[in-house]
Design a protein around this ligand. Structure first.
Ligand code: ZN
Ligand code: ZN
Length: 369
């Protein structure tokens, strides 16, 4: 299993969270890693074996979040699920994969369109002529749609032209203002990472899915059965689930993570149904989009949070509560059941996200905006 967060990391994160003056933008809420993240490049991923020839590449925290990947070795090649936020991260994992097998990567599956799950696609394509990049039809559309949300070619352009220059300027200001040397060092590291990420994105080569699926599809890959399940909307409107029936493993992308869910591009009510459909599959282990490998029982916990949140927002809206009142009350009411389990990492914690989740449910479920 992956290393637990050290007390020092957690304390450092808490101190910085308290000291930092942040304007929360959705990008930050989804995917930026806070100031403590300083993992060396060689430790970007921890490859964990979850079954015979099946690995979870658990992403270490970085300033720009990388997703987990699933790596499935077949008799004649490799299937990789998701490709991280940048080519250099994909390259680091690809190198690790080459350490376990010299077989070519034949398929790369993108679970959804968010930036931290597809921006490394080009690395696998460059190294593997004939690579198929597989996603849902909707994900392929989202990757080119200007208003899709936190991912896709238009979002890369937005990062390069506006978001990253502003973020880099803010980091420079924060470095100037930092009084504590430890914090200053971390901010400087983040600034360096942000600048490197900016440079990488400037020469980014969009590598879109070459094969799309619109409904559940079974692949026979070198003696291994891999099912691609489309259950409906959830974290996005194009979520794809990868299921290995023999090995009893699913890879879920961000439709199921070990953090608080990011709901801004999501469909909360559908999401609950989608997770119930997923639960009907016979599996034991989950490779989530973020966090460590989980047992199946975590599905009910994650879905329970969303179902309870929806019920609480509906009730509060029915009673005429304001958004601020709802955020305060619901955060506190759901905390005994969910705060501990949803705050295992210094990122994506319960209190960081519950307020925005309330706002999203109000907007998407009650007001149906
Ligand atoms: Zn993600
Ligand atoms: Zn996502």
């Amino acid at each position: 299993m992956s290393k637990p967060w050290t007390r020092r990391q957690v304390l450092a994160q808490m101190g910085i969270a308290a000291a930092a003056v942040h304007t929360l933008d959705p990008h930050e809420l989804c995917c930026a890693t806070p100031a403590w993240a300083q993992t060396a490049d060689k430790e970007l991923f921890e490859l964990q074996k979850v079954g015979d020839g099946v690995y979870a590449a658990i992403a270490a925290p970085r300033y720009k979040t990388n997703c987990n990947a699933a790596v499935i070795v077949t008799n004649d090649g490799v299937v990789v699920v998701d490709s991280h936020s940048k080519p250099s991260a994909a390259r680091a994992l690809y190198k690790e994969i080459q350490g376990i097998t010299n077989k070519p990567v034949r398929k790369l599956v993108n679970t959804h369109f968010h930036f931290d799950h597809w921006q490394g696609n080009q690395i696998y394509a460059e190294g593997n002529p004939g690579l198929e990049v597989v996603a849902t039809q909707r994900t392929r559309e989202n990757l080119t749609r200007p208003d899709a949300g936190l991912g896709g070619i238009p979002f890369v352009e937005k990062q390069v032209t506006t978001l990253l220059p502003a973020e880099i300027q803010k980091l420079k200001d924060d470095v100037m203002r930092a009084s504590n040397p430890e914090m200053k060092a971390r901010l400087e590291s983040n600034l360096q990472q942000a600048e490197a990420y900016f440079q990488e994105l400037k020469s980014f080569k969009p590598t879109l899915p070459t094969r799309t699926v619109s409904s559940t599809t079974t692949l026979q890959e070198g003696g291994r059965e891999i099912q691609l399940h489309v259950f409906g909307r959830g974290h996005t409107d194009g979520d794809l689930f990868i299921y290995l029936p023999k090995e009893k493993i699913v890879a879920t992308g961000d439709a199921l993570i070990d953090w608080m869910p990011f709901m801004n591009d999501g469909y909360p009510e559908d999401w609950v149904q989608t997770l119930s459909a997923l639960e009907n599959l016979d599996f034991a282990q989950i490779i989530p989009g973020h966090g460590t490998v989980l047992p199946k029982s975590n599905l009910a916990f994650f879905r329970g949070y969303m179902a309870d949140l929806i019920a609480a927002v509906r009730k509060a809206a029915g009673e005429g509560a304001s958004l601020q009142e709802m955020q305060k009350k619901i955060s506190d009411d759901l905390a005994p059941k969910y705060e501990k389990g949803m705050s295992k990492y210094p990122i994506g914690q319960y209190r960081d996200r519950v307020g925005v989740n309330v706002e999203m449910v109000l907007k998407k479920v009650v007001k149906k905006a």
